[in-house]
Design a protein around this ligand. Sequence first.
Ligand code: SDX
Length: 391
Amino acid sequence: QTGHTALDYGFVNTAATKSAITFIDGDAGILRYRGYPIEQLAKNSTYLEVAWLLIYGELPTSSQLEEFDNNIRRHTLLHEDLKRFFSALPHTAHPMSVLSSAVSALSTYYENQSDPHNPEHVELNTIRMLAKLPVIAAYAHKKSKGQAFLYPDNSLSFVDNFLKLNFGVLSEPYEVNPVMSRALERLLILHEDHEQNASTSTVRLVGSTGANQFSSISAGISALYGPLHGGANEAVLDMLRQIRESGESVQRFVERVKSKEDGVKLMGFGHRVYKNYDPRARLVKESADEVLTELGVSDPLLDLAKELEEIALHDDYFVERRLYPNVDFYTGVIYKAMGFPTRMFTVLFAIGRLPGWLAQWREAVSDPQTKIGRPQQLYIGAPRRDYPGAV
Ligand code: SDX
């Protein structure tokens, strides 16, 4: 609370990545974007205002935010050829696979405008990524349902345009539900950055080689896909469904987790950094009740999640290992209530995390101290030996 940073205390591992973007205190359950507490941003700000804050370091003036928003609206269209890219993929393709490959394909349209050290290219491609990722995500969703792609509606806000692209159909008008809009805005803000997590470290590492923003973001999407990382929000819903459909008691499932039977984990629990309640999980859990009530949805999986949490928080196995709900534990129940299929949950995480990836990529690429990423290795292999018959 003194405003000092770890550097002031001199105990930071010098190999650690230095960043001014996000601060986490895992023991105290604190998360701040550029010094602002996540609780205040989630309740008072918007996805694009927080994106500006993460990228540029300060809250935007109203004219800056308006220009940022308008710029993004003007770049939402995908090249018509790129829309045909989706038809090359099977309709059964996982939306996260579609997302990472489509973003990589996106980079082929801007190869002569992707110099990471050209400020104009960096600004333009930051806008292009923010504008087009939600459209690509919605097209992945529509493709999985065999429905026609809609064109973006630039008269709508970022979140409302995204909801319409996902749930609107050509044959009838679409009215954005303000409850869904507000809930999705808050969830996206909660995901916007999280220091040096696996996918962000991937984006920084790929960026450190001189690769462009699109290729770096595509790599981050691939890292996020894993069930131990962003894929956990999808895995939580699969876990809750499996418990409910199998008729297995929650207590029995918890016993199987504790005995590590066939590697089963309590998905949505535990964290590399938070050894206390993830502050985002607390905010998501608050929203879950509110959103489901306002949407008039009751979901036994939410009650099941709460029962699981209640048992785990009072069980020595989890307490001793300091395992608490993380951001992924309750988000899926809200996304499901909004009508998103489970396989879109990690795609929503990716849209949330995009501003953080962009901000961290720009911070790394613009820092003259940044060297090409090369994690250290401790060799534990065979000692020197001769090839049979070698002279
Ligand atoms: C995200 O880094 C980030 O910031 C990520 C993220 C972000 O915003 O970018 O916050 C998003 O990825 C959240 C995490 C989502 N993943 C899950 O919910 C998957 C389930 N969680 C676990 O896989 C695990 O908790 C990790 C991977 C998240 C963290 O693992 P750690 O800190 O490396 O802990 P560990 O694997 O060393 O486990 C320590 C002990 C082990 O038991 P013992 O060997 O000591 O007996 O805790 C156990 C583990 O078996 N354990 C779990 C568990 N997580 C850890 N046991 C049951 N269920 C779990 N979920």
